[in-house]
Ligand binder design. Structure first.
Ligand SMILES: Nc1ncnc2c1ncn2[C@@H]1O[C@H](COP(=O)(O)OP(=O)(O)OP(=O)(O)O)[C@@H](O)[C@H]1O
Ligand SMILES: [Mg+2]
Length: 360
């Protein structure tokens, strides 16, 4: 449906987009996820036609649209700041594009009513924009984009101005609407939780490039680089040296010589980082240095530095003899009364399958 073929966009010296190729299927919801300044908005503007790429082609439905202006493309863009017309009421905001297209009033009324029902704003037609909450304004912007029946919906951080609770509610609503209309969508965000919950696939960007493109499960469980592992979800890293032993087995050797078994890794010889998700770790009582003495032990010794309380979960932050730190979640009853745990020694365990060896 949407095909980006080796897109480059330079602003003078800045390579805002640096060789992006991406194929997006019909009806798919794809997130562009990455840190500030990595080129997400630039890529979205190239897709919508507000920017011409320095190099490369944009195809939609098999047609090359690279040189077409925004109004000749099958796309609608929802801007980060909504960009609603403040002097128009809700109805006129949503109707605007259809009026420009010179549709008959009866048809416009029907379409607007349908869209407002879809986004849960029926009966608000006559409200002024300033009389709406942030979340309601966001939904007007969504209705205004959807009413044009675009083949491709482009959303640039549409939830960034909402409070935490409304963000979660609205992203669920956007996903429901996207599924019910079956519209191909590209959703820009720098919030990894948002990307994980809303997307069929996520493209993780850094410095104008796509680092990995895959389902939420793939990028979370099988990140292809330290960057992706670090950016998506919480992660613990150990540095060392990897020695493959064949059949997906190997040994990761820490700086103090401790050898940690690894299973199911495809990492090359010499890969120098191992990542373990916090939720794969458990703690048992231990003393510093105890791990090194246990042959084949899958874990390390650590000392609690401090504890963070997040309500449903408590994180122990442990420091290792190497100076590296690990965070381990403690759930439920075990998390009670953990305020005085700082300074205690633990042995941190995980299964050999939970360690992911990464290069770079
Ligand atoms: N019109 C422009 N002129 C010069 N440089 C630009 C222009 N637009 C963007 N850039 C630069 O290109 C890079 C990518 O910008 P872009 O807006 O695409 O980032 P982003 O990923 O959307 O970031 P954010 O999450 O902060 O919105 C940045 O370094 C930015 O400063
Ligand atoms: Mg941006």
């Amino acid at each position: 449906m949407v095909q980006l073929d080796n897109i480059h966009k330079d602003f003078g010296e800045v390579k805002a987009v640096d060789g992006v190729s991406l194929n997006i299927n019909p009806g798919e919801m794809v997130s562009l996820l990455g840190p500030s300044g990595c080129g997400k908005t630039t890529l979205l503007r190239v897709l919508s036609g507000f920017l011409k790429p320095s190099e490369g082609n944009v195809l939609m439905d098999g047609k090359d649209v690279t040189l077409l202006p925004p109004d000749k493309r099958p796309t609608s863009l929802v801007f980060q700041n909504y960009a609603l017309f403040p002097h128009m009421n809700v109805f006129e905001n949503v109707a605007f594009g259809l009026r420009v297209k010179k549709q008959a009033l009866a048809r416009i009324k029907e379409s607007v009513a349908e869209m407002l029902a879809l986004v849960g704003l029926s009966g608000m037609e006559q409200r002024a924009i300033r009389q709406l909450s942030g979340g309601q304004q966001q939904r007007v912007a969504l209705a205004r984009a959807l009413v044009m029946k675009p083949a491709v919906l482009l959303l640039d951080e549409p939830l960034s101005n909402l409070d935490a609770k409304l963000r979660v509610e609205t992203r669920i609503q956007i996903r429901k609407i996207q599924r019910s209309v079956g519209i191909t969508s590209i959703f820009v965000t720098h919030d990894q939780e948002e990307a994980l919950t809303i997307s069929d696939r996520i493209a993780i960007m850094n410095k104008g490039r796509i680092m990995q493109f895959g389902s939420p499960e793939e990028v979370y469980h099988r990140p292809n680089s330290s960057f992706v592992a670090d950016f998506v979800g919480k992660s613990n890293f150990l540095s060392g040296r990897y020695e493959p032993q064949g059949e997906g087995k190997g040994i990761f050797i820490l700086s103090d010589g401790q050898r940690i078994p690894v299973r199911g890794s495809t990492a090359p010889v010499g890969a120098d980082r191992m990542m373990i998700r916090p939720e794969r770790m458990t703690l048992s009582d231990g003393t510093p240095g105890s791990a090194a003495g246990v042959p084949g032990a899958c874990g390390v010794a650590g000392t609690v530095e401090y504890v963070t309380f997040l309500g449903e979960v408590v994180y122990y932050h442990l420091i290792l003899a190497s100076g590296e730190t690990m965070m381990v979640p403690i759930y439920g009853k075990n998390a009670e009364g953990t305020g005085s745990v700082a300074g205690k020694h633990f042995f941190i365990h995980w299964e050999p399958e939970a360690g992911l060896v990464l290069a770079g």
